[in-house]
Ligand binder design. Structure first.
Ligand code: MN
Length: 271
C-alpha cells in the first residue's frame, strides 16, 4: 500500500509523525505537508505565489517534503506532480484539536482529505481531542493504522471521506467506536482588542466552543463521552430537502417571475 500523509499543523507537528510512524508497517509512506502551521485555512489553494518544496529527512531517511502552501495544495501537488506513484490512500492528521461539527468547514486537516477524494483517492482525516502538543496519541495512532488498512476495501462512494476524531485518552480508557453524523455545535466568537508596542490596535480571534446537545449520534457527543467518532462526509453542499421544496414552490409562482427565472426545471424562459 502507498500512503500519502499530510496535515495542517505543519511538518514539525508531533501528530503528523505519529501518523506516519503508525502507517509505515502498511507499506510505503511519504509525507507532503505544509512547512508551517496552517490550521483553519479550510480548502484554500495558493494561486498568486509559487510553491517551494523542501525535502525532509530524519536520521538520514527521506520522509517526504515540506511545502510553502496549504494542506489542499500539498495533496494536489503531491498527487498530480510530485510523487512518482499514485497513492492508494491519503491520510491527514493527526490534528491537534477536534474536527467536529462546524470545525469541519474550517479545517485544513479535513480539507486535505477532501482534496484526496476530489482526486479519486480513498481519504481519511484524523484528529485527537486535545490542543496539548504532548497529548496522548497512542490510541489515535492505533485507530489510524487499522482504518487506513481497511479504507480501500470499504467501498466508499466517490467524494465520500471519513472524518475520525479520537479522545485524548490512553487506549484502555476509550469506550469504543461510534459511527456519527456532523453535529451542530458552534463557536461563540469574539475578537480580543489589543494594542501593539506602538499603541496601534489589533484584533485576535478568540471564542468558546458551545456543545449542541440532544443528538446522541452527533460527532461531538460521542467524542465527549469517550468514543472514537467516525463520520462519513461529502463536500456536496446542496440542501436536497430545500432543493425539492423550492422546485415545487417555484413551479407554482406567478407568470412574470417564472418567465424571468425560467421554469422549475431550470430551462430557459421562452420569450
Ligand atoms: Mn490543525
Amino acid at each position: 500500500m502507498r500512503i500519502l500523509v499530510t496535515n495542517d499543523d505543519g511538518i514539525e507537528a508531533r501528530g503528523l509523525h505519529a501518523l506516519a510512524d503508525a502507517l509505515r508497517p502498511l507499506g510505503e509512506v511519504v509525507i507532503v505537508a505544509p512547512d508551517r502551521q496552517q490550521s483553519a485555512v479550510g480548502h484554500a489553494l495558493t494561486v498568486s505565489e509559487p510553491l517551494r518544496v523542501t525535502p525532509v529527512y530524519a536520521h538520514g531517511q527521506h520522509l517526504g517534503y515540506a511545502v510553502t502552501g496549504t494542506p489542499a495544495d500539498c495533496v494536489k501537488l503531491a498527487v498530480t506532480t510530485l510523487l512518482p506513484w499514485r497513492p492508494d490512500v491519503v491520510a491527514s492528521g493527526i490534528n491537534h484539536g477536534r474536527n467536529t461539527a462546524v470545525n469541519i468547514l474550517y479545517s485544513g486537516t479535513v480539507s486535505a482529505a477532501t482534496e484526496g477524494t476530489l482526486l479519486g483517492i480513498p481519504s481519511i482525516a484524523f484528529s485527537v481531542d486535545s490542543y496539548d502538543p504532548a497529548a496522548e496519541l497512542a490510541a489515535a495512532a492505533a485507530i489510524a493504522r487499522g482504518l487506513v488498512e481497511l479504507l480501500p476495501t470499504l467501498g466508499l462512494p466517490p467524494g465520500t471521506l471519513l472524518n475520525v476524531n479520537i479522545p485524548a485518552l490512553p487506549p484502555e480508557r476509550i469506550r469504543g467506536i461510534r459511527i456519527t453524523r456532523q453535529g451542530r455545535s458552534l463557536w461563540r466568537d469574539w475578537y480580543e482588542r489589543r494594542h501593539d508596542p506602538w499603541g496601534r490596535e489589533y484584533f485576535w480571534l478568540a471564542g468558546e466552543y458551545v456543545l449542541a446537545d440532544g443528538d446522541p449520534d452527533a460527532d461531538d457527543i460521542a467524542l465527549t463521552h469517550g468514543y472514537v467518532s467516525i463520520t462519513p462526509i461529502h463536500y456536496a453542499l446542496t440542501d436536497m430537502v430545500t432543493f425539492e421544496r423550492l422546485r415545487h414552490h417555484l413551479a407554482t409562482l406567478s407568470v412574470p417571475l417564472s418567465h424571468s427565472l425560467g421554469n422549475a426545471h431550470g430551462e430557459a424562459a421562452q420569450p
